[in-house]
Ligand binder design. Sequence first.
Ligand code: ATP
Length: 254
Amino acid sequence: MKQSLEEMTDPAGLKISSLVKSYGKKTAVDGLSFSVGKGDIFALLGPNGAGKTTTLKMISGLIIPDSGSVTLDGEPAGDQRQRIAYVPDEPTIFPNLSGREFLRYTGRLRGLDPERIKERTLLCSKVFEMDGWLDNRSGSYSHGMIQRVVLSGAFIARPDLYVIDEPLVGLDPPAAETFWRMVEAAAAEGAVIIISTHTLAIASLHCKRFGIIHNGSLLRSLSRGELSRGGLQDLFFEVTGTSPAEVSDFFRNH
Ligand code: ATP
């Protein structure tokens, strides 16, 4: 009770309230409410089609909700786009641009001065091991290379709110480790971080809070300390009713 009272009165961080979005007759997000505080790393989890991407796009202002609100530090998030970085689940870069040109362009859009962009690009190039190919045309990049560049764009911008959709697909283990270190550093500086992922075991190591959604509604919200021994995966199966035991039964019976 105490926590929900604090959530109601403390406007700091991200707060989404009664968010609804339908595509025709399909209600993708159905009255979703939760908040993510400054310095929090929040994992938005749910089965395929649960409404995660739609939610993240509404938070980022890329989709207008049918109703409900998204605020960052008490003000509409839509009016604060410069404070938000969104990384989509299928990141793309115009193929004629090199990774470095993309990062320069991203930094300029954020209003960063060229020296600052250079300095932060150098750091990202080192930690994400992009030195050997950052000046090549991105049309020649693998999925993981594009992912590293686009994630670097978010880290170079140093926003107050990171909205990251499924970052781990395509990243090799060292790049994934780097990603989490960068996220943890941003959180330590007070950024709000929301990440959607299906990689539950990794999410449970690095994220501080979790929200499990299904059919556009929040089924469970908890902190890492509240996870039981079965961990996030068992909880996910339990609350979404998607137990792998049912799959085994299906194969046995057919
Ligand atoms: P996944 O884990 O598979 O990426 P998700 O949780 O991100 O799924 P969404 O992409 O938000 O789910 O989709 C939620 C629901 O809305 C799904 O039923 C999907 O078919 C539907 N949907 C999403 N985008 C559109 C669209 N542009 N037009 C029509 N329906 C859509």
